[in-house]
Design a protein. Structure first.
Length: 280
């Protein structure tokens, strides 16, 4: 890939200058407000100032790849997470610190209607390859759709390079797990550091142990525990273990709500919340 052109460098420099100027003006305004409202005595600082701004942009709409949509009732989207392209987050769900959800190989141009999204989502990979083809690439990749009450924990990487990645309701995705073009049905557990390869599927109440690697097109049946690399079925889950899957997902909803104030501090989330965003 060729390096950036001279014009691109100029655009980048000017854009950064505008952003930093806006941040500086925001700081001046906050300082002025603090100065006007805070009672002081001799020896105090001239004003109280708490810098709440972040340079990180966690919602990244792409002209050819789509626009992230976060339900207005989402529990928590960490300001240092990254949602790139056609990523949809459902009500009560949370995306934690450092997680990256990247749907940037599809061709779901920004501004398409909800009806367009529905039809596009129902297309097969082959149909998208034909209808979405553009001068950038084949456009056959998919979007990322996360359901209700699901938590994507710290450091996870979720991609949709080959096809849609669909994560259902009440799912727990453990720290640093990797999911690419896979389907995870409701109330599943994907352990820390686990890997789901393209075409794999975890059925309802499935459990993928920490560090397990689910191979391409492999199906984990409902209520099964899979371990190892390559992962294999170890046994069926007990009823108590299944109940814990529901409990863990609910606890993360509560934990996310407890940190939801952070969504107002320095991210670009507040301007892009979507009432009833399409999920699964």
């Amino acid at each position: 890939m060729p390096g950036p052109t001279f014009l691109t460098r100029i655009q980048h420099t000017i854009g950064r200058a505008f952003r930093e100027t806006g941040q500086a003006l925001d700081r001046v305004g906050i300082r002025g407000t603090s100065h006007a409202k805070t009672k002081r005595i001799q020896g105090d600082d001239p004003y109280i100032f708490s810098d709440h701004l972040s340079r990180h942009r966690n919602l990244m709409p792409l002209l050819h790849r789509g626009n992230p949509a976060v339900h207005s009732g989402a529990a928590f989207i960490a300001p240092c997470s990254s949602l790139v392209g056609t990523v949809h987050i459902g009500e009560g769900s949370s995306v934690w610190y450092g997680a990256i959800l990247r749907a940037d190989t599809c061709n779901m141009s920004c501004g398409r209607s909800r009806e367009d999204l529905e039809g596009w989502r129902e297309m097969s990979k082959e149909e998208r390859g034909l209808t979405d083809k553009d001068h950038f690439d084949s456009g056959a990749g998919g979007g990322i759709f996360v359901g209700k009450g699901t938590n994507i924990q710290d450091g996870c990487v979720v991609k949709s390079v080959e096809n849609h990645t669909i994560i259902g309701n009440g799912v727990t995705v453990g720290h640093c797990a990797v999911i690419n073009s896979a389907i995870v049905e409701d109330n599943c557990m994907v352990g820390m550091g686990a890997v789901l390869n393209p075409g794999s599927k975890i059925e309802t109440l499935g459990f993928v142990a920490a560090g397990a690697v689910i191979g391409r097109d492999v199906v984990v049946k409902s209520g099964e525990l899979w371990v190892g690399n390559p992962a294999k079925k170890m046994r069926d889950l007990t009823q108590t273990e299944k109940e814990k899957l529901y409990f863990q997902a609910d606890e993360y909803v509560k934990k996310g709500i407890g940190q939801s104030h952070a969504m107002e501090l320095g991210s670009n989330l507040s301007d892009t919340l979507v009432e009833g965003a399409k999920t699964v």
